[in-house]
Design a protein around this ligand. Structure first.
Ligand code: N01
Length: 529
């Protein structure tokens, strides 16, 4: 023991909190580093109006401790951000996470040192740390895209980013507010701000699919059922496709007569949740099946939006449903019926610049007091790049991912010994419940570290062969997914036109089976020293 920690964990969101608890319990000395002044990760930073989960809260939580699960009751089927953050703070207090955590400390550089077989981790505060292992729990959607709009610096009003929302009260009452971006963050913000703003202008480029979450108080029967099954719940949830319990698909769309197809879709609509993506088994792989459900949802939008001009702009017509993240809302399309809400179609009237007084498009100027940017993230790589990770050759892992991610099981990249990623490219990542995916990976890493400890090993890295093999498995899993054909942050399009699906698209159950097989093989995909 050098006085240095065995493990440094970067990030104290869902994955980082659990990594501290679990790896410490296994007897490793652990230091967590978190740039924010509080735990929570995305749930700390994304406190924008309307911020809320889009997976049911009774599964969007930890499963590692039965008493924790029993003691915490969610107030809604889909908890709002303050409740999620309270939960994460509660977990951190209950399991004494703060003791091992340096808040307000940003990693600025982390370099592998072959001479000591340790990482050198430099922060913006305090002395460098030299852990044996480095776990990057920095999240995949944690670095917001910069609002690089011409003229923004001249704007005389206030502007905010949803993913870096201020911690003080933001008064929007009666103000002229503009929201740019209509993904999950934009839709939630717009729905909430419409109730407060004097006038709200929504700047939409691509109309997205949004379905009602059907949020309501938690279902007592469901809770009792989950509690009674608790000893089996973890195995049950690892056997699902996305780390959450949803009604199973009915079968192939073409196997049902038209009226029954409609009934099945309507049932899912009434139930709510991401299960609208799984009405039929072939919905995400067969274009005709997909179009059936996409058109069902478009019809619902048409029914809700009465104004024919608005309808033409809001109906999602440019990509198949489920190829980007499906948005769950609480009355989104309805707000466009309010007198104080206006929609600007940036596809027809592109945004030119920000002015001192608002937003200028090709055809008009919109006067604004406040602009809210909900324009997405530097997904997957942003936070890793910010941490300045390099190996002994000065290479960053993300520079090796230019043609698509190169990882083994999403956990490691060859050339970076003793460095682990949580929810990175090559794992189920953002496609599965991040509590479940992160917790599973932390448990898996913990087992690997125990294996090393009992075999007196100090260095581990994925072999190039294992990495190539995993790349092939990943490509095969994504081959038939329609979502690989549609441009969005989960697809890497190379100059030669090849398309790489960034997360592992084979589902959580399959991912877990691959990881378990690796363990059972005695870690044949890894080289130890
Ligand atoms: O980001 P996005 P997000 N001018 O990238 C538009 C998770 N999440 O933060 O589609 C004008 O989806 C862009 O337009 P276009 C969830 O996994 C979960 O909303 O590129 N517009 C799009 O409309 C989600 O998938 C929850 O044409 C511009 C929007 O900005 C992920 O986070 C809540 C623009 C970006 O949408 C990301 O969602 C929130 C420009 N220059 C987020 N640039 C939950 O419910 C971009 N846009 C748990």
């Amino acid at each position: 023991m050098t006085g240095q920690p065995d493990i440094v964990i970067v990030g104290a969101g869902i994955g980082g909190i659990y990594a501290i608890i679990r790896l410490r319990r296994l007897g490793f000395s652990v230091v967590g580093l978190e740039s924010a002044d509080e735990v929570g990760g995305v749930w700390y930073h994304n406190n924008y109006p309307g911020s809320r989960v889009d997976l049911e809260s009774d599964t969007y939580c930890y499963f590692f401790d039965e008493e924790l699960y029993r003691d915490w009751s969610w107030s809604e089927r889909y908890a709002a951000q303050p409740e999620v953050l309270d939960y994460l703070k509660h977990v951190a207090e209950r399991f004494d996470v703060y003791r091992s955590l340096q808040l307000g400390t940003r990693v600025v550089n982390a370099r592998w040192q072959p001479a000591t077989q340790r990482w050198l981790v430099e922060t913006d505060r305090g002395p460098a740390l030299e852990p044996r292992f480095l776990v990057m729990a920095t999240g995949q959607l944690s670095r917001p895209r910069d609002p690089e709009f011409a003229g923004l610096h001249d704007f005389q009003g206030q502007w905010y980013q949803t993913a870096q929302w201020p911690k003080h009260d933001v008064n929007l009452k009666g103000k002229r507010v503009g929201v740019i971006g209509t993904g999950s963050s934009g839709v939630q913000t717009i729905t909430a701000v419409a109730a407060e703003a004097g006038h709200l202008t929504v700047f939409q480029r691509t109309p997205n699919y949004s379905v009602p979450a059907q949020n309501r108080p938690p279902d007592g029967c469901r809770r009792r059922r989950l509690l009674s099954r608790f000893p089996h719940l973890w195995d049950d949830i690892l056997s699902t496709g996305a780390g959450t319990f949803m009604p199973p698909p009915a079968g192939r769309a073409a196997d049902f007569p038209v009226e029954e197809q409609y009934q099945l879709m309507q049932q899912r609509w009434d139930f709510g949740s991401q299960s609208m993506l799984g009405v039929f088994t072939d919905q995400l792989t067969d274009w005709t099946a997909n179009e059936l459900v996409s058109e069902f949802v478009r019809d619902k939008v048409r029914d809700t939006v009465r104004d024919p001009r608005l309808r033409g702009v809001l109906v999602p017509d440019s990509y198949p449903m489920g190829t980007k993240r499906l948005i769950l809302d609480t009355g989104y399309y309805e707000v466009f019926g309010q007198e104080n809400v206006e929609l600007v179609n940036l596809r027809q009237d592109p945004l030119r610049r920000i002015t001192t007084a608002g937003v200028e498009t090709r055809d008009r100027h919109v006067d604004l007091d406040v602009i809210i940017f909900a324009i997405g993230f530097e997904a997957f790589t942003g936070a890793l790049d910010d941490a300045g990770l390099t190996n002994d050759a000065g290479i960053t892992p993300t520079s090796l991912w230019q043609q698509g991610p190169q990882t083994y099981l999403g956990l490691q990249t060859h050339g970076f010994p003793n460095l682990f990623f949580l929810s990175a490219p090559g794992s189920t990542s953002v496609l599965a419940n991040l509590y479940v995916g992160n917790s599973y990976q932390v448990d898996w890493i913990g087992e690997l570290l125990l294996h090393m400890r009992s075999n007196n090993r100090v260095q581990v890295q994925a072999t190039p062969e294992a990495q190539v093999r995993w790349g092939g498995i990943q490509a095969a899993a994504a081959e038939h997914l329609i979502r690989r054909q549609v441009n969005n942050y989960m697809v890497r399009v190379n100059d030669d036109g090849s398309r790489v699906y960034i997360p592992y698209g084979g589902g959580l159950k399959s991912y877990v089976a691959h990881c378990a097989a690796e363990t059972a093989s005695g870690y044949r995909g890894f080289a130890f020293a």
